[in-house]
Design a protein around this ligand. Structure first.
Ligand code: IVH
Length: 683
């Protein structure tokens, strides 16, 4: 039986099969499916239709269900469905996962080549050139040719076991080709990435569900790989490139060319863009070629990696500060473009804050069409002195939110008037008031822009979590004057809701039930849901922890609020003003009458890091900055963005930058991600 070339899908009925025949057929099906997976996911050159593939897969599932004893761990049917893990297990890498020295400068590349040549004592050294993938670095281990486990980079020595999620990635084979000849054990290094198209789609779905979008494909891949349940990663547009053998039983390849050929023989995906070179000129050409091709690729790269081909020479060069001296990353310039400011408009957010936004002549910045960019606030717009008609440099560094970097001088050109905030709200014409750096519409909830935004914010998942209450419903509720303030939500009848476009009896009942179900929120969520200017989730949590009940916060004045650690004058003023406002107090009173009962905070947990101040610098492998910050804050610590005399710890991620110098100068204790993790684990 062979399901590789022109597979026959006229299968024998299950009840006529003996176990022995079923086992043989299942074996052949697995071989066939692995073969077609490899063509589809690794080689990008399928030979059979999706329909035929689905039939093979279904048949294998049927066989394994009818004869459970014939199941194998590496069967393609076993990619999802493992029990969720309770936490990610730590695993020590078979060899360190070092990081790369990186540069933007051609001169640094020249000296790297020179250094290698000096060491080799001859001029003709061969280099390998590869894309620098912007993904998640992993170690994957195969035992006797079968996938054994895989882990994140962690601190380079110890990572976290993400096997259950890696197994869902179809480009990652569960058994190596020619398994019988594979070494006892082999540890590989590669990069997990999300396709750009898949990323855009995934984010669209997340936004529609009310979930926070991922900042970029790398964060999305890393986020999914660290989930406890494999079903979250399954079916996501994730893939992998392999680029190094970290360790293996038997003889290691002697050159990188041999490594790549070996990976390919094992059926592992390597980049089709890998090339070899012997001169700086060739390397420079490759760098320009990839910089240009970058936007046509379906995955993110942020530079090239130059590697010495010969392993003996690699060993002789060794490493320095965790970076091997045999490799160098030559990064691309951050993406930027120049375009024209066609207009500056002012948007009114849900908290009433006015934000100037530059409307730009649409321009392609690294594959994304940019037609608007925030100028943040009046001060910022004036500091950069951006005016209508100016030429500006737009930059999109790493992540996806574009920024106006600076004005590009245009000699001889007459400029328009400097930007100034309007005196009246562009949506409701109420007076605009200034609070610190911010301008606010004074109409509060009677401004439709604020009310619309406020309702969706109130209902969002991380706020009151009211299902089915999205932007469209909120817009209609405001337009039809069914809701004039947040308290009105609780007075809506099923009939009111049924009258909205897009709602029928069933959905109206569901929304009604969801609203009525949101009557006993915990204080921190409620404070965040109210949409008090400058009060995000973190601040809401701090206020709730300190004051513990809604009544106490409502009774506090600015001075008392300012005493909460981490809360500055602007936030304290905004919070006190919000609760002092008569119309806001009325709304809260009406909510109470409508049955809303805010739950006081439970007794505080121990806070072993109380009084300590943390600063983070560089990218951490296992947390986003926000996550890391939330972890230490939950333990009582404070997080600030720059190193000062008050800083207790600087946590160093990859490429820490200038903060490290500042910390050294001030004698601040620096800890790496691993030490940081043990600190929070112990606490
Ligand atoms: S080789 C240290 N090759 O870049 C030498 N790394 O530190 C072993 N990266 O986290 C790494 N593309 O994950 C190598 N073609 C490539 C790579 C690559 C991306 C990552 C790697 C590391 C980061 C820089």
């Amino acid at each position: 039986m062979d399901f590789k070339k022109k597979p026959d899908t006229n299968f024998t009925k299950l009840d006529r099969l003996e176990k022995k025949d079923a086992a043989e057929e299942a074996r052949a099906l697995r071989e066939g499916i692995n073969y077609h997976d490899h063509l589809y996911y690794v080689k990008d050159a399928p030979e059979i239709s999706d329909a035929v593939y689905d039939k093979l897969f279904q048949r294998l599932q049927d066989l394994e269900e009818a004869f459970p004893a014939i199941k194998t761990d590496d069967s393609p049917t076993q990619r999802v469905g493992a029990e969720p893990v309770s936490r990610l297990r730590k695993v020590e890498h078979q060899a360190p996962l070092q990081s790369l020295q990186a540069t933007l400068e051609a001169d640094a590349v020249r000296s790297f080549l020179q250094g290698a040549r000096d060491r080799a004592d001859k001029q003709s050294i061969r280099f390998f050139l590869e894309p620098k993938f912007d993904g998640l670095s992993v170690e994957v281990v195969y035992d006797k040719g079968r996938f054994e486990y895989g882990s994140t980079r962690g601190n380079g020595e110890v990572g976290e076991d993400i096997s259950h999620n890696l197994k869902t990635i179809r480009a990652l084979p569960l058994s190596l080709r020619d398994c019988g000849k594979a070494p006892e054990s082999v540890a590989l290094r590669g990069e997990i990435y999300m396709t750009r198209k898949g990323f855009t789609q995934l984010n669209k779905q997340r936004v529609e569900r009310g979930a926070e979008p991922f900042a970029n494909p790398r964060n999305a891949a890393a986020g999914l790989m660290r989930q406890y349940e494999s079903r979250r990663a399954a079916g996501k547009p994730l893939s992998v490139f392999f680029y190094e053998i970290l360790a293996m039983d038997g003889d290691m390849p002697r050159t990188h060319a041999e490594t790549l050929a070996q990976l390919d023989d094992w059926g592992l995906k390597t980049s089709p863009l890998n090339e070899s070179a012997t001169s700086f000129k060739q390397i420079e050409r490759y760098h320009s070629k990839l910089a240009e091709a970058r936007d046509d690729l379906d995955y993110e790269i942020d530079g090239i990696v130059i590697k010495i081909d010969n392993h003996e020479l690699r060993d002789a060069l060794g490493s320095r500060d965790r970076n091997p001296r045999w490799a160098l990353a030559w990064k691309f310039e951050p993406r930027e473009e120049i375009t024209l400011v066609e207009d500056i408009v002012v948007q009114v957010g849900r908290t009433g804050i006015l934000t100037p936004v530059a409307l730009l002549q649409p321009v392609d910045v690294g594959g994304v069409t940019v037609s608007r960019a925030t100028l943040h606030n009046e001060r910022e717009a004036q500091r950069k002195d951006i005016r209508v008609g100016d030429r500006v440099r737009i930059i999109r560094a790493g992540d996806v939110i574009p920024e106006v970097e600076e004005r590009v001088k245009w000699p001889g050109r007459k400029r328009s008037e400097p930007f100034a905030m309007p005196k009246r709200c562009p949506v409701c014409d109420a007076e605009v008031v200034q609070e610190g750096a911010y301008h606010l519409c004074s109409a509060g909830l009677s401004c439709p822009a604020q009310l619309r935004g406020r309702i969706t914010h109130y209902a969002a998942r991380d706020a009151m979590d009211i299902d089915h209450l999205g932007a469209k419903a909120a817009e209609q509720l405001v337009e039809r004057e069914l809701v004039r303030n947040l308290a009105d939500l609780y007075a809506l009848s099923v009939e009111d809701l049924e009258s909205l476009d897009g709602f029928a009896e069933r959905s109206a009942k569901q929304l009604h039930a969801a609203i009525q179900g949101a009557k006993d929120p915990r204080l921190d969520r409620f404070l965040y849901a109210l949409g008090i200017p400058l009060v995000g989730r973190r601040v809401a949590g701090q206020l709730a922890d300190k004051f513990r009940s809604l009544d106490k916060i409502m009774a506090a004045d600015e001075k008392e609020i300012e005493k909460v650690s981490g809360i500055g004058t602007e936030i304290a003023a905004a919070t006190a003003n919000f609760f002092a406002d008569k119309s806001n107090r009325k709304v809260l009173e009406r909510m109470r009458k409508n049955g809303v009962k805010v739950q006081s905070m439970p007794e505080p947990k121990k806070q072993p890091l109380r009084g300590k101040t943390f600063v983070f610098s560089g990218a951490l492998e296992d947390f986003t900055r926000d996550e890391a910050g939330e972890r230490v804050e939950a333990l009582g610590a404070r997080v600030t963005s720059s190193v000062s005399g008050e800083t207790d710890y600087l946590v160093l991620g990859e490429n820490p930058g200038g903060k490290l110098d500042e910390a050294n100068a001030r004698g601040v204790q620096c800890i790496d991600e691993d030490e940081f993790k043990s600190m929070i684990d112990e606490s």
